[in-house]
Design a protein around this ligand. Structure first.
Ligand SMILES: Cc1cc2nc3c(=O)[nH]c(=O)nc-3n(C[C@H](O)[C@H](O)[C@H](O)COP(=O)(O)O)c2cc1C
Length: 320
């Protein structure tokens, strides 16, 4: 069967829509949300699961900022075995691909969790390796901050998961994200997700405390765009662009600089109809400008594609 105009391939993973719910936003995707049009959703990335249960951080875990939010959930989860037994069976949804997000504290742990997951490989469609959470062991560096550690972790998972599509999620809190992305690609990643939240802090005078965590929402969009632009220029694998998407136009921006698909995060919390808005905008943009597929506009404004395309022309006089 042929793909529709908005169908995309993220490495070996085929999706009916380029829209992904980013890690943690739909929890594990176990709840059917009645106002969500699942037909317009390509995949759901679960909340990140670890080998053993994790309690997460104390409250408050969510803090509103002037243009987004800070979260410090701390990767709370019941552990992989409990997740497989009690949550995974309720996730499967017609047509929407399920991407399971995993993390591990070392290579041994990440191999073990992958092995356990591979025992259930008919219940999901891809694995996302989360190397980038800033909430765990704040004083230690994240795996995604070291090209060597990134490589070791990706190899550990790929060795076990074989043909199962492997997406690697990167952190923007690095000196050079292009170097980390190259490490992940070289180690066997099929695709990249970027960006995770940006380390941030808020001052709460009223309660005499500070709130530390990961910033998301409109304030991180331009950080995400720059990361996708730079990585697309050098990399040969598809990118899921994430960070501060609150409109169809934001999604188009990510695609124009190099994303093959887009992830929705906190933007969904302020606009529950965001999936429809993004899907309909992308659809309309392709139709009105006579592009056949989304792949035709991926990276159009990236200097990697020196085709002299002027995407701005397509926006003139139209409201996307
Ligand atoms: C409440 C909340 C929980 C999150 N949980 C996870 C998670 O479990 N795993 C993960 O990889 N990213 C997690 N993220 C990060 C998002 O997937 C996304 O990368 C980030 O929020 C940036 O996108 P946004 O600006 O559109 O929100 C979480 C974000 C929020 C706001």
């Amino acid at each position: 069967m042929g793909m529709s105009a908005l169908g995309v391939k993220i490495g070996p993973l085929v999706m009916n829509s380029p829209i992904v719910m980013a890690g943690g936003i739909f929890s594990y995707g176990e709840v059917n949300i009645d106002f969500v049009n699942y037909k317009k959703l390509g995949a759901i990335v679960t909340k990140t699961v670890s080998l053993k249960p994790r309690k997460g951080n104390p409250q408050p875990r969510i803090w509103e900022t002037s243009s987004g939010m800070i979260n410090s959930v701390g990767l709370q989860n019941p552990g992989i075995k409990d997740f497989i037994k009690n949550t995974l069976p309720s996730i499967k949804r017609d047509g929407v691909k399920v991407i399971i997000s995993i993390m591990g504290e070392d290579e041994e742990e990440i191999s073990r969790i992958t092995r356990i997951l591979m025992g259930e490989k008919n219940s999901y469609n891809a694995i996302e390796l989360n190397l980038s959470c800033p909430n765990v062991n704040r004083d230690e560096i994240m795996t995604s901050q070291s090209p060597e550690m990134t490589s070791k972790f990706v190899k550990s998972v790929k060795r076990v998961c074989g043909d199962m599509p492997l997406i690697v999620k990167l952190s923007p809190n690095v000196t050079d994200i292009v170097e980390i992305a190259a490490s992940a690609e070289e180690a066997g990643a099929d695709a990249l997700s970027m960006i995770n939240t940006v380390k941030a802090l808020s001052v709460d005078f009223k309660n005499n405390r500070i709130i530390e965590g990961g910033l998301s929402g409109p304030s991180v969009k331009h950080i995400g765009l720059k990361a996708v632009y730079d990585v697309y220029k050098k990399s040969g694998i598809p990118i899921i662009g994430i960070g501060g998407i609150t409109s169809g136009k934001d999604a188009l921006e990510y695609i124009a600089v190099g994303a093959s698909a887009v992830g929705l995060g906190s933007g969904f919390f302020s606009n529950p109809l965001l999936i429809d808005e993004v899907y309909d905008t992308l659809s309309r943009f392709l139709r009105e400008n006579r592009f056949k597929t989304l792949a035709d506009i991926t990276g159009l404004l990236n200097e990697k594609k020196k085709q002299g395309q002027n995407m701005g022309r397509n926006f003139r006089g139209k409201r996307y």
